[in-house]
Design a protein around this ligand. Structure first.
Ligand code: HSE
Length: 398
């Protein structure tokens, strides 16, 4: 079966490597071989073992009826969307690792795939090599999913783990993550939580069966987390993790991406470094945890190749996963309830005026007091916080 790869960067070249390295076992399992016929890229790769496959115009792939399977590893919404749409409309099935494309256009592309009797799949878009999408769309189709809580950004998990372990400050650990190639030169998408937000939007769309607009998910990153926050967390026996979360509320879900204080008896506490983990609670299954490499060329390419085998086994039919191109109204995030850890320069008398009974958790630092609130709604907390003033940092308890 002939395959085309669109975008020969880290992931695209990883896909070629997986197809080459594991050619025999893939052929044995599938019953036929997956042969690379085209690679679409504007750059030249004269020394590449697949140098004869390169094309610069996606229409070369569109019009070749022999190509049934296409990999999209270009990134970004355009021109990826135009290219993927053209492939689906010409009867080819597509797998992508591109979370921006899936979060923005997933439901639309699924509908185009359905209308054309093909498939659009995206295992590598969330959790890299962790097979979480197929777990949700196949293995757990008998469950109502009550909650997903994911550490789904390796860069920020690496940074938080190192801040915790070495007491480093945010700026110091960011430049270290950049020099190691984890964080991008412009780290905004990772550190401000946008990447995690798109990933939980995709997972929530799948479990809800309707389209979640990622722009409606309240999202905070880790750029305000300091070494001092970690000192407090440690003194309380907690860690701080960037968690993307969706909790079932009636017919819909309540979502948020934020740093949370997590304690050792919670599964996500133990996920460190660049690793990702997705905790899923099903109404029949109970708790489960999926852990593994959330990024990197080969783990991500491994998920893409798994998708290729799935597509190759289903070239004659569209496989429904039940993600309708219909907007899901998320539950009001202001009604979410948390206990909050607060650092403030306000006086204790003012703290008690605004928050009533609190638990102080002091490190004897000059000019600040730290306390834990009772559980309350986000709306109520924000009102009291504004009235208190002098707030240095706030972290929710998971
Ligand atoms: N920047 C992402 C991460 C890459 O750090 O997890 C994988 O989506």
């Amino acid at each position: 079966m002939k395959v085309a790869i669109m975008g020969y960067g880290t992931i695209g070249s990883g896909v070629a490597k997986v197809l080459d390295t594991n050619k025999d076992i893939i052929t044995e399992r599938l019953g036929e071989s997956l042969d690379l016929k085209y690679i679409l890229d504007l750059r030249d790769f004269p020394d590449d073992p697949h140098k004869d496959c390169f094309v610069k115009d996606y229409k070369n792939i569109v019009k070749d009826k022999e190509v049934k399977l296409v990999v999209e590893t270009m990134g970004g919404v355009e021109p990826a969307f135009t290219f993927v749409k053209a492939m689906l409309e010409s009867g080819k099935s597509v797998t992508t690792s591109n979370k921006a494309l899936v979060a923005d256009k997933g439901a639309e592309l699924m509908k185009i795939a359905k209308d054309n009797g093909t498939n659009f799949v995206f295992e590598a878009a969330v959790g890299g090599g962790i097979p979480i999408i197929r777990t949700l769309t196949a293995c757990l189709t008998g469950d109502v999913i009550e909650e997903i809580a994911a550490i789904c950004n390796g860069t920020t998990n690496y940074m938080l783990s190192n801040m915790e372990q070495f007491g480093s400050d945010y700026d110091q650990i960011l430049s270290e993550a950049q020099s190691l190639g984890y964080a991008e030169k412009d780290p905004t998408a990772d550190v401000e939580g946008h990447d995690s937000c798109r990933k939980i939007a995709i997972l929530t769309s799948i479990i809800a069966g309707k389209n979640v607009d990622y722009k409606e998910i309240p999202t905070e990153g880790i750029s305000k987390i300091s070494a001092t926050d970690f000192k407090y967390a440690k003194s309380m026996g907690y860690s701080i993790k960037l968690v993307a979360r969706a909790v079932k509320k009636g017919d819909t879900y309540s979502c948020r991406v934020a740093p949370y204080l997590v304690k050792p008896d919670q599964m996500l506490y133990h996920v460190s470094g660049v690793m990702n983990a997705v905790a899923v609670v099903g109404n029949m299954l109970g708790e489960s945890l999926y852990y593994g490499a959330g990024a990197g060329a080969l783990p991500t390419a491994s998920a893409v190749v798994g998708d290729l085998v799935f597509l190759a086994r289903n070239t004659d039919k569209h496989v429904r996963i039940g993600w309708a191109n219909e907007h899901l109204q998320l539950a009001d995030s202001n009604e979410q309830r948390f206990k909050y850890f607060v650092r403030t320069s306000a006086l204790q008398s003012n703290i008690e005026n605004e928050f009533g009974k609190v638990h102080y958790t002091d490190l004897d630092l000059d000019d600040e007091t730290a306390f834990i609130t009772e559980e309350m709604t986000e709306a109520e907390f924000n009102e009291r916080k504004a009235a208190l003033g002098g707030v240095i940092s706030v972290i929710r308890f998971f």
